[in-house]
Design a protein around this ligand. Structure first.
Ligand code: BT5
Length: 320
């Protein structure tokens, strides 16, 4: 019912919707409409009510909620089902469970706080309140080796969302970091459920530091991490970033499914910081030094060492 109500406000484009109209759309009495409006107010919506004109939403809550994301969301599929939680060990776990039980593509799990947020290789991801911690369920019909390309695709969508909502200029460090002024603001963790060569689902986990202050980061990442609000000098709406991310992600994802990785690669390269630079790549089998000369059509990083030998890097931590 709430969804219908919020959709009606969305259709009105910030204008008034009469109580009578809402009652018709929702198929209930005007008193019932008023009760639903009161519920939205409790959730932090500022709703103006004027006699003979009806209701208008003046402000969506700064607090995260599935409803505030749905209101104004411009996608067909991404984020249309939202599972929101105040606190979770990790959004990845819930997303995997939902994927197992047949959740639709585009289902989004979000938590205000994670108590066991994880990075790659079981590393810790610090997920205090005021950041964005989310996992997106995808069901792409692609061969398994293409799944890591979705990490790069997600990185492009996040950069575009940050550019849309702030004046900042983020850059991507292969494969899964987004940096602002050289510090990490976002990490991406792509996990897959597959059998033989068939992908059941891909879960894209995204952590974005949004409104944390420096004091919110533990000592071990104080030098290397930053948040959007630290860099911008003012609080940033998490809802706007999520909505913008989902919009960009959907466009890029559809392009990817239709035309492959090539168009995404071009965009990715335009935001990459590591290309053309001397880097250190720590892989599971050892450390390599050399110049990052590009990425392949598959999204694999190419490193040229001092002897001129070119190495394909599938997974690593990169230091520039
Ligand atoms: C990542 O791993 O960067 C992937 C992070 C993915 C987090 C999301 S949040 C939603 C979803 N649910 C989860 O449980 N996870 C995903 P990696 O490249 O391995 O980087 C991890 C390293 O980044 C850590 O070892 C720290 O050095 C650093 N780090 C941890 N928390 C950070 C933070 N909040 N901001 C910046 N750096 C951080």
């Amino acid at each position: 019912m709430r969804k219908v109500l919020l959709e009606a406000f969305h259709q009105a484009n910030g204008g008034f919707v009469s109580g009578q109209n809402l009652a018709e759309i929702m198929g209930c009495s005007r008193t019932a409409v008023w009760k639903h409006i009161e519920e939205l107010r409790k959730d932090g919506y500022e709703i103006e009510a004027i006699r003979k004109k009806g209701y208008r939403i003046n402000k969506s809550p700064g607090k995260l909620s599935g409803n505030s994301i749905l209101l104004g969301l411009e996608t067909k599929m991404m984020g249309k089902h939202i599972s929101y939680h105040e606190s979770l060990p990790s959004t990845q776990k819930i997303a995997h469970k939902l994927a197992d039980s047949g959740a639709e593509e585009g289902t989004l799990v979000i938590a205000d706080e994670q108590t066991e947020g994880k990075g790659r290789l079981l590393r810790t991801w610090h997920s205090a309140k005021t950041g964005i911690w989310m996992s997106l369920v995808l069901r792409p019909k692609i061969p398994m080796h293409q799944a890591p390309q979705l990490t790069l695709l997600a990185a492009v969508a996040i950069v575009q969302a940050i550019e849309d909502t702030t004046s900042l200029l983020p850059a991507i460090k292969w494969p899964n970091d987004i940096l602002i002024n050289g510090k990490k603001v976002t990490g991406i963790l792509t996990e897959m459920q597959a059998e033989a060569d068939r992908i059941h689902s891909v879960i894209i986990g995204i952590g974005i530091n949004v409104n944390q202050g420096l004091e919110d980061f533990p000592d071990e990442i104080k030098e290397t991490a930053t948040s959007l609000s630290i860099e911008e000098g003012q609080p940033i709406s998490r809802t706007s970033i999520i909505q913008s991310f989902l919009k960009h992600f959907e466009i890029l994802y559809n392009l990817f499914l239709k035309e492959g990785f090539k168009p995404i690669k071009l965009l990715w390269e335009s935001y990459a910081v590591s290309l053309g630079k001397e880097i250190k790549a720590s892989t599971l089998t050892g450390v390599l030094y050399g110049k990052a000369i590009g990425i392949t059509e598959d999204g694999v990083l190419l490193l040229k060492d001092d002897e001129g030998e070119i190495h394909n890097i599938y997974s690593a931590d990169i230091e520039i």
